[in-house]
Design a protein around this ligand. Structure first.
Ligand code: HEC
Length: 164
């Protein structure tokens, strides 16, 4: 009888150890998966798995913003304040897209690629900007692609709205 009670106790302990190991393991696994999930979805964690492609939009915006940051630093930061709110040699860029919203997107791209050429076409926004800034000439960036310009503008807005 005594031996039986002893055996039962050992069995009980064994179950307890197993249960603890299981909890520990699943916790570790969840942590691991969460980390993975964080990498994939960029910010969504938890044990609920959502399809990866639901986050491609957010991920590509993130990529675009980081490309824009580099391009801005290398090409624009000498004249445009990096807080996007204060003027420097050139105007604060925050809100640029809404100021150009009544024109085709290509106009804003053309401005950045060659502001003087756009002023020469008597584009109303270009003409008024030039006058407002006393005809100081912005550097031309003919080599920036649409994607690069888009990313600079995404970065500008992200900083302006403090999303970054
Ligand atoms: C040498 C200084 C200088 C550099 C470098 C420069 N800018 Fe400018 N930028 C200006 C000035 C000055 C203006 C005001 C208009 C004018 O006189 O040309 C301006 C105006 C602008 C505007 C119009 C803003 C509005 O409110 O409509 C945009 C957009 C712009 N710059 C984007 C850029 C981007 C993007 C870069 C980098 C790829 C850049 N600028 C680099 C000087 C510069």
């Amino acid at each position: 009888m005594k031996t039986l009670a002893y055996l039962q106790m050992i069995q009980g302990l064994a179950y307890l150890v197993l249960a603890l190991a299981f909890v520990g393991l699943s916790f570790g696994l969840t942590q691991h998966l969460n980390l993975k999930e964080l990498e994939i979805s960029g910010g969504v964690c938890g044990v609920v798995f959502l399809p990866k492609n639901q986050f491609y939009g957010a991920d590509s915006l993130r990529l675009s913003i980081s490309l824009g940051k580099q391009l801005f630093k290398n090409n624009c930061a000498t004249c445009h304040h990096k807080n996007m709110k204060d003027n420097l040699t050139g105007p604060a860029l925050g809100g640029t897209q809404s100021r150009w919203a009544t024109f085709p997107k290509a106009d804003l791209y053309n401005w950045i690629r060659n502001s003087q050429a756009l002023i020469a076409t008597k584009h109303p926004r270009a003409v008024s900007l030039a006058a407002e800034w006393d005809y100081s000439v912005m550097t031309a960036f003919p080599n920036l692609t649409d994607e690069e310009l888009e990313s600079i503008l995404n970065y500008v807005e992200a900083i302006y709205e403090r999303r970054h």
